[in-house]
Design a binder for this molecule. Structure first.
Ligand SMILES: [Cu+2]
Length: 308
């Protein structure tokens, strides 16, 4: 009942929107073979991503970036102009009339306050949006283990439950003295046996926790990253834009032990119709009676002991 499709969907990589040069850099990156990460980053900036959240974060980032550029131009412009125009060799005499000028002090207090408020308002809006997990249409419980992820579906996909571990080819290649060149392994250390499958255009809520140490679930293209902490349930949400179906990759981003680098996150985004089909396949597989001597069906997976 293998449903792993990660490798045959790899050509569905989203491209960056926006400036033509960003696209050119992205394509140059592909041509240079730097296609290890299927994301929308051009390598020089944050990825725009494929969710409304990631787009809002990117927009905020660029807004603040341009404000900083404006400040730099004004400050360094005034500085360089003063250095050149009033240099000692031109007979410049220090002007002492502006010492303790109340007018100047008021201006250089008010201007930064206005700039900070201008930045704080959109930042607060984005943060509130990120935290708003209400009205989600699909919830998935995500549990971190040393060193794998477990995905337990709720709502319409209740009962679907599986582990997602590093793909076998990456796992072979990573062993000491394996003799396998990692460059020959597609999506080396960024591929799993069973990716999380979610529908596009749907508000998906993840409930994150952990069974051992602190892990963190991160998919840059979704604009989400959150810690999975034992004894706590953290929430995050994302809604992938319709038309952006494909494979998206991320990693555990909390230093969680020896194999921290070997528990990637892979999300397979499908259209709602394809997702429904996938859920039905999974549920049908759950109902299949186990062959004699087969042990428990795969659905009734026993939680693994954390390996030492
Ligand atoms: Cu981890």
């Amino acid at each position: 009942m293998s449903v792993t499709r990660a490798s045959d969907n790899d050509n569905r990589i989203s491209r960056p929107r926006g400036f033509p040069w960003a696209r050119a850099l992205f394509l140059a990156g592909l041509a240079a073979g730097g296609n290890a990460v299927a994301n929308t980053s051009n390598g020089y900036n944050l990825p725009v991503g494929v969710t409304s959240l990631s787009e809002a974060i990117y927009g905020l980032h660029m807004e603040v970036f341009w404000i900083c550029v404006g400040i730099a131009v004004v400050v360094f412009g005034a500085m360089i102009y003063s250095l050149v125009k009033f240099r000692h060799s031109q007979g410049a005499v220090p002007d002492t009339t502006m010492l303790h000028s109340t007018k100047v002090e008021i201006i250089w207090t008010i201007v930064p306050v206005v700039i900070l408020v201008v930045m704080a308002v959109p930042a607060a809006e984005v943060i509130l949006k990120m935290e708003d997990t209400r009205n989600s249409e699909l919830s998935i419980r995500v549990t971190g283990y040393q060193w794998k992820w477990q995905y337990q579906y709720m709502d319409g996909a209740e009962g679907v439950n599986f582990f997602s571990t590093l793909s076998r080819d990456s796992n072979f290649a990573r062993q000491l003295h394996s003799g396998i060149d990692p460059n020959t392994v597609p999506n080396y250390l960024l591929n799993v046996d069973k990716p999380m499958v979610v529908p596009s255009g749907t508000k998906v809520r993840l409930l994150l926790t952990s069974q051992d140490v602190i892990h963190a679930w991160w998919v840059p293209d979704f604009g989400v990253k959150r810690s999975a902490i034992p004894g706590f349930v953290n929430e995050l949400w994302f809604r992938v834009d319709p038309g952006k179906e494909g494979i998206y990759r991320g990693q555990c981003t909390s230093l969680c032990g020896r194999d921290h680098g070997f528990m990637p996150v892979v999300v397979d985004v499908r259209t709602p119709e394809d997702f429904k089909k996938w859920v039905e396949e999974q549920k049908a597989a759950l109902k299949q009676p186990a062959a004699p001597g087969d042990g428990p069906p795969q659905s009734a997976q026993v939680l693994p002991q954390a390996s030492k």
